[in-house]
Design a protein around this ligand. Structure first.
Ligand code: GLY
Length: 430
């Protein structure tokens, strides 16, 4: 089987590395466009940007790819799946219209309201005057969240403690064009305190199979402080996800969403990812939907996946998830993201990574934003490395990951020291 993976971050590195383990799927050749220096060890890099959907389809046709796997959201919103399907090429991911559940926060909020899916209260604003009026009237309370409507690589949700901060956030999006076109509309939402859970399912249009549970760590700094990021670390399983809540999420959130998308002529195929908040009342509410694997959630999920990844994704793409079972390792997995100085707002790129630990059984040093300059390994973006470890217990997995992170030499690098801390508290270990 020939597989093309689209994307160039640590999520795609995890996918490519897992495909390399494939035995049942008989994976012969793996290509990755555009990939990165770490991915180059497992796949042939193809110098086509993930946003160049037509050239990617041409390439897949030329090599006769049996399957294309789309990692990031941008190509999905640019219609890569529609382009491939038009040409009869097999691809894993949702069509553009289904991916809109991630691509437009305003669409998602209105869709969830139409289908009675539990969500925070919200208002959609197309002008600063409207946003200022809604904020000043104060119906959504404080703190509140001001979100850009479009794609912003996880940086577009601004949590505001005061009215002044909220008005300034709305001004920066609607007047200052902080996220360009993505911020031409904003969604203002009530803030739901609680613990976040990333809940992902494989979906073939009608059926859904839940993936292993994960807790992401979205804020930049320890203690959930600082700005939102794409994700600074993850732990699987999510110990805050009890069986009853799992059932409730499936029945009140996932199943109505999949049915609603189908009913509205946007059947969803791929990974449907609900970013949820479990409030003090134990009830889950939808913070956002994504139309792809989370990053770094994918890294810990795949570390625990025992089933054959290629066969699973083919089953999704072919609409054949009936009777598919997914097996997971019992061992927990953790991921600690090492980011560049200045990430997420003023990322400093182009620095040399002077020292990297070696990968070993159960420890992966996944590359998120790297390139080779001769013999030098250089950074190319914000989330540079994702150190992912399995362990017999959560403390062992964390010790292993942090021991490896401690060996990395990258000037100005930042990482959270408290990944998994709330899970450890639940276990009574911290
Ligand atoms: N880690 C959050 C995301 O992938 O959107």
């Amino acid at each position: 089987m020939k597989i093309l993976v689209v994307g160039g971050g640590a999520r795609e590195h995890a996918i490519v590395a897992k495909l390399r383990e494939s035995t049942i799927g008989a994976v012969d050749d793996i290509y990755c466009a555009p990939g990165n220096a770490g991915i180059a060890k497992h796949a042939r890099l193809v110098p086509i940007a993930a946003s160049n959907t037509v050239e990617l389809a041409d390439f897949a046709q030329t090599i006769k790819a049996d399957l294309t796997i789309v990692g990031p959201e941008l190509p999905l919103m640019l219609g890569i799946v529609d382009e491939f399907k038009k040409r009869g090429l097999r691809i894993f991911g949702p069509t553009r219209s289904a991916a809109e559940i991630e691509g437009s926060k305003a669409f998602a909020r209105e869709f969830l309201t139409r289908h009675h899916v539990p969500s925070p209260r919200y208002a959609i604003c197309g002008s600063f005057d409207e946003a200022e009026r809604i904020l000043t009237e104060g119906e959504l309370g404080l703190p509140c969240v001001v979100k850009a409507d479009g794609l912003t690589a996880g940086k577009g949700a601004l949590i505001c403690e005061t009215l002044e901060e909220a008005v300034a956030a709305a001004a920066s999006l609607l007047q200052g064009k902080r996220f360009g076109k993505a911020g031409e509309r904003v969604v203002i939402e009530e803030f739901i305190p609680g613990e976040e859970v990333s809940f992902m399912v494989l979906c073939d249009g009608t059926r859904a199979i839940p993936l292993a549970s994960v807790q992401d760590h979205k804020r930049l700094k320890d203690g959930d402080k600082g700005p939102n990021t794409g994700g600074m670390g993850a732990v699987s399983p999510a110990l805050n996800l009890k069986l009853e809540i799992h059932k409730e999420i499936m029945s009140t959130i996932i199943i109505p969403t999949i049915a609603g998308l189908s009913k509205e002529g946007r059947p969803f195929s791929g990974v449907l990812y609900a970013g949820l908040m479990i409030g003090a009342d134990g009830k889950p509410k939808v913070l956002e939907f994504n139309a792809r694997f989370g990053d770094p959630e994918c890294q810990v999920i795949l570390a625990r996946l025992k089933s054959d990844l290629a066969s699973l994704l083919v089953a999704v793409a072919d609409g054949a998830l009936a009777d598919v079972k997914v097996e997971w390792a019992k061992e927990p997995a953790v991921c600690v993201v090492v980011a560049s100085e200045g990430y997420p707002e003023n990322t400093i790129k182009g620095r040399e990574i002077r020292r990297l630990p070696d990968a070993e059984e159960g420890l992966q040093i996944l590359h998120g934003a790297t390139t080779l300059d001769g013999q030098k390994l250089m950074t190319t973006g914000g989330r540079v490395l994702a150190v992912t470890a399995l362990g017999a217990s959560l403390p062992q997995a964390l010790n292993r990951a942090y021991a490896a992170v401690g060996q990395i030499e990258l000037e100005g690098s930042q990482y959270r020291r408290d990944i998994g801390a709330s899970a450890l508290r639940r276990l009574g270990v911290a």
